[in-house]
Design a binder for this molecule. Structure first.
Ligand code: NDP
Ligand code: 2IT
Length: 452
């Protein structure tokens, strides 16, 4: 990058940090995108003149609200609710809702910012948004989760709608929560529309939406592997997380011939040297989604597996392919170097921003295959987009139809990464490719629509 570019980035970041103090995840996400797109904007100076990046980092609207609820003992609790409506240049705001005690404005803004580029990459007409609360669903009864969801939606319903803003799930928000949120939305607004995605199959949901993020990660990984004449066959795969994305990434990688040996949660990870099979994956789904247990219980059922606790992560297990599918900044520079030293040659992100900047640097310095979440985990929101289409035309597609579209979309995203990310020596820089490809469409839509 030339001197102008470097200076532009440092001045931009200094202003952003001064204006949004303490929002470190947001700063991190913006810096990464900026580093990719500044040289592109220099080649197309009308984007600089239109102050496109300055406008993109300022959310169109941020809603912060009180969420009061009572627990089963009648005690009152108060949580904070958020919806960041980041960018609607190419479609209604679209993005998940996260319930986790760590949720704050920085995390909401980084996720909404990433979502804007990811949604653009899907080829579907969706803007970027994200929401959530610092509510911790762990250990809560179904009745408590329902009361919380109802209180959350009682306020949120003012700001969303099928043509305005369409939330879905994310960490801590799955089928059960979407059900409670949808029920309250429908009751208050007296309308049955596709305002939320990830709905149950009997009431407007799309086949394959629960599987789509994890499956999409593997479809994208297949494309990446193919650039080096490889496939999942007989590869050892390490996965973090044990939730929606991790479960389905594990299932698909296994079905494509890989030996998947780890899963984790915030307490620790399990290592099964024999790899998962259909029965073991079914056990994990039952454990996590129905019994809402902890991943360490896996070793009671399968004693050949080992559990390592105290919040340790699976990155020390030697592997060919790593799929981080838990949360942001879960894979740091040291872990990245360990992975590379142990022979890992492909890292495909299922989570949003799981690799720290130092980790990304280590992967790219080693020239291994590395894809950022906004490209490789876009299959979830893409299938949400397909759910919106099915709701609008009041039809339901078969699993095969949805799967074919998901495949096509992941392949198209991979093509876009190659187009904008291939470097002079032939190395595919997926970060650069995804950021530039996602940026172009949103940026030009903003220019077309004038100063709004
Ligand atoms: P789930 O709530 O289903 O699962 C989250 C998993 O990650 C759990 O195993 C959880 O463990 C672990 N985890 C969460 N927070 C932390 C933390 N701070 N430290 C360590 N482990 C943690 O969420 P999803 O699977 O839906 O989401 C996982 C990631 O994928 C997130 O980054 C999300 O933004 C991203 N994503 C999700 C999509 C979707 O469609 N659901 C789409 C695209 C991206 P524990 O139980 O201990 O908290
Ligand atoms: O991060 C994400 O892309 C999601 N949590 C899914 C969003 C969606 O609207 O399906």
């Amino acid at each position: 990058m030339d001197n102008f570019g470097k200076k532009y980035i440092e001045r931009f970041m200094a202003e952003l940090e001064a204006k949004n103090p303490g929002e470190k995840e947001f700063h991190q996400a913006v810096r990464e995108v900026l580093t990719s797109v500044v040289p592109y904007m220099q080649a197309y100076p009308y984007l600089l003149d239109n102050k496109i990046m300055e406008r993109m980092v300022e959310p169109e609207r941020v809603i912060i609200f009180r969420v009061p609820w009572t627990d089963d003992q009648g005690e009152i609790h108060v949580n904070r609710g958020f919806r960041v409506q980041m960018n609607s240049a190419i479609g209604p705001y679209k993005g998940g809702i996260r319930f986790h005690p760590s949720v704050n404005l920085s995390i909401m803004k980084f996720l909404a910012f990433e979502q804007t580029f990811k949604n653009s990459l899907t080829t579907l007409p969706m803007g970027g948004g994200k929401g959530g609360s610092d509510f911790n669903p762990r250990g809560k009864s179904d009745a408590e989760v329902m009361r919380f969801c109802q209180s959350f939606m009682t306020e949120l319903q003012r700001y969303i709608g099928q043509d305005t803003d369409v939330p879905a799930g994310d960490i801590g928000v799955g089928g059960r929560e979407i059900g409670f949120l949808f029920g309250q939305y429908k009751r208050l607004r007296d309308e049955f529309t596709g305002t939320l995605t990830g709905k149950g199959l009997a009431w407007g949901g799309s086949l394959l939406r629960p599987e789509a993020t994890g499956y999409g990660v593997c479809y994208f990984a297949e494309q990446m592997l193919a650039t080096r004449g490889k496939s999942f066959k007989d590869q050892v795969v390490v996965i973090s997380g044990a939730g929606n994305v991790a479960q389905h990434a594990a299932e698909k990688a296994m079905r494509l011939g890989a030996k998947v040996v780890t899963l984790s949660d915030s307490d620790g990870f399990i290592y099964d040297p024999d790899g998962f099979d259909e029965e073991k994956i079914a056990y994990v789904k039952q454990l996590k989604n129905v019994r809402r247990g902890r991943i360490k219980e896996y070793v009671t059922q399968y004693p050949k597996a080992q559990y390592t606790g105290e919040g340790t992560k699976p990155w020390g297990i030697p592997c060919d392919i790593a799929l981080p599918c838990a949360t942001q900044n879960e894979l740091d520079g040291a872990a990245a170097k360990t992975l590379v030293a142990n022979g890992c040659y492909c890292v495909v992100e299922g989570a949003n921003m799981p690799s720290t900047p130092e980790a990304i640097e280590a992967f790219q310095a080693a020239k291994i295959l590395y894809s950022p979440g906004k490209a490789s985990n876009a299959g979830g929101v893409a299938t949400s987009g397909l759910e919106m289409t099915q709701n609008s035309v009041r039809q339901k597609w078969t699993a095969e139809e949805v799967d074919a579209q998901l495949h096509r979309i992941m392949t198209d995203i991979h093509e876009a990464c190659i187009k904008y990310g291939t470097e002079e020596d032939g190395y595919i820089n997926y970060v650069k490719g995804a950021n530039i490809a996602g940026f172009i469409k949103v940026a030009n839509a903003m220019v077309d629509q004038g100063l709004v």
